[in-house]
Design a binder for this molecule. Sequence first.
Ligand code: FAD
Ligand code: MLT
Ligand code: ZN
Length: 476
Amino acid sequence: YSTIIKPERDSKYATINNQDINYFQNILDKHSVLTDPSDVEGFNQDWMKKYKGTSSLVLKPKTTEQVSEILKYCNNRKIAVVPQGGNTGLVGGSVPVHDEIILSLANMNKIEGFDPITGVVTCQSGTVLENIESYLSPLGYTVPIDLGAKGSCQIGGNVSTNAGGIRLLRYGGLHGNILGIEAVLADGSIIDCLSTLRKDNTGYDLKQLFIGSEGTLGVITKVSMITPPKPTSVNVGLFTCDSFDKVKTILTRAKSQLGDILSAFEFMDRPCIDVVLAHQQVQDPFDNKQPFYILIETSGFNETHDSEKLNDFLESIMNDDLIVDGSLATDTKNISAFWKLRESITESLGKEGAVYKYDLSLPMDQFYSIVEIMRNKFEGKANVVGFGHVGDGNLHLNISTPKKPYQKEIFDMIEPFVYEYTSSHRGSISAEHGIGSMKPNHLHYSKSSNSIHLMKSIKNTMDPNNILNPYKVLPN
Ligand code: FAD
Ligand code: MLT
Ligand code: ZN
């Protein structure tokens, strides 16, 4: 991992000693204080196997009060802390840079209540996203956010990264769907903004500060979230195209012709399909290979109406020669097979070797050009793939080489070029994954210096000793 440059450890932070461990063992039970290196190891390593810390202590509180006591103590002792959810983050935000204590939310996993009239669910932040879905599904509701990591990521981690995912096109982002948050500040004070109200204009909307702040402003302990009724009719179409211009035309048509039933519009290029085929038990969907594959999902409540709309749409894109091949799935098994092609790209890429992952928002006219530019640059040296939430203007540009470790030579071919390209088109260098350890020094490509200055003053007000997730998000 030598090419992943770490900032130096700040000597102002205390190193933990036996007295600290005794203190934590007093406020938590024995099983919730992990010190055995073999128990701690997995918490030090990120999902991508790109970032690794050297922490010797994991704390697993069960209540908000315990989180509060831990942070109060750490703040007084100047012990640095990294909050950790499901550890599926892709920018190195969830693991320590050095020896920060790992505060795992995994044991705070209770769903506390659900109101069937308003559809608001309230739960502890360590609840795994898929468990919320399983709880809501028999009640006729669904979560407004869905992503490939749903089996491990936690709602607190989703909120802290302001994760996007595949339903954002339909239900909007977490800044709209999260109605309330309870969080603990660095000094241990509990901020109760756990409203379940749809409307609440009582001054600054403080909960928004925690959404997307990646554990730097407070530890989220509870959330309340609006959940929509679960659609009863779901259809998925998989289509191929011979040009990206056609992908754009199909997107415009899907929005106008499918309207309120359009629930996902995802794309992947052929190299993505090849990577998935190499590592998963899935079949090539069509005999004829094409450069672009689009997955369109519709969700609604009237099967006849929805299928009619989708069939009319299909007819229109076929008549205008926008697609080469297409196939519709209406039963659960075929729907999952189509989604597997899309959702297993990340895991399959991970099996290729070292993955250099860039998560960009770009205007539609520049959206795929960057993939082509990078593919030309890397010809014969690395595999360059593009996929993502094209319906939200979010491109996942991934460059992979057969072997780890990460190589400086490859980084130098990508950065700062990709960031400069994105910035010059007023895009975002992080559409949905966050800044974490990967991008603090590149933040300026997407945020003005006055904005970074304001971010730093907010951080300083809420965490003056900088104990929460240090070295992350903000540049030095
Ligand atoms: P972690 O990885 O544990 O933490 C992420 C950040 O949040 C860290 O900075 C951590 O310190 C902080 N944090 C975690 N919990 C708390 C808390 N309770 N309080 C304060 N801070 C906290 N992201 C997307 O946006 N869209 C996708 O479609 C998507 N798909 C993915 C698919 C796969 C296969 C994988 C592996 C990842 C994907 N991700 C995606 C990235 C990732 O951001 C999400 O998986 C998820 O939001 C992270 O949740 P987590 O619980 O794993 O958080
Ligand atoms: C996705 O859309 O699949 C995720 O954001 C994960 C990734 O970008 O690899
Ligand atoms: Zn994504």
